[in-house]
Design a protein. Sequence first.
Length: 171
Amino acid sequence: MQSDRRRLISKTLAGAALAAAFCAPGVATAADEAPAILGTWRLVSYVVEVQQTGEIMPVMGAKPSGGVDFTPNGRVFFMLTADGRKPGKTEAEKAALLDTIVSYTGRAEIKGDQWTTHVEAAWNPAWVGTAQTRNFKVDGDKLQVTTPWRVMPNWADKGMTRSLIMFERQK
């Protein structure tokens, strides 16, 4: 009798934990359809548009790598790296590597065609504690992302820029 009661309590707690995970902020519930953006996406292209000139720059090279993962419990993990990165040997080379990466993670809120990451960790400590909002469009297995206009730490000398990013769903 006592072991049956323990099993029932254990199953009830496990069910409650599962329900809590799927009802986290920014995540669809059973009454809603899961957002199409959920899942793992591989980086296909990354360019930056300069507001003042309209110039399109492949700031991470011709073949950048990385991806983004949106989890069902409302988290996002985002990392992009430049094509041809080499390990830094000197202090200056190591410092320069910060200009060839964009990476952050945190709690994600997905509303319509926007997601906002409440950044908890980032390649640039200035982003920690900020809310980073992105517009997106899912078209089949393609995810198109556009950032708002802002001064990006990696290429601040260009002034106001926005990133235009394309991902492909990983299967």
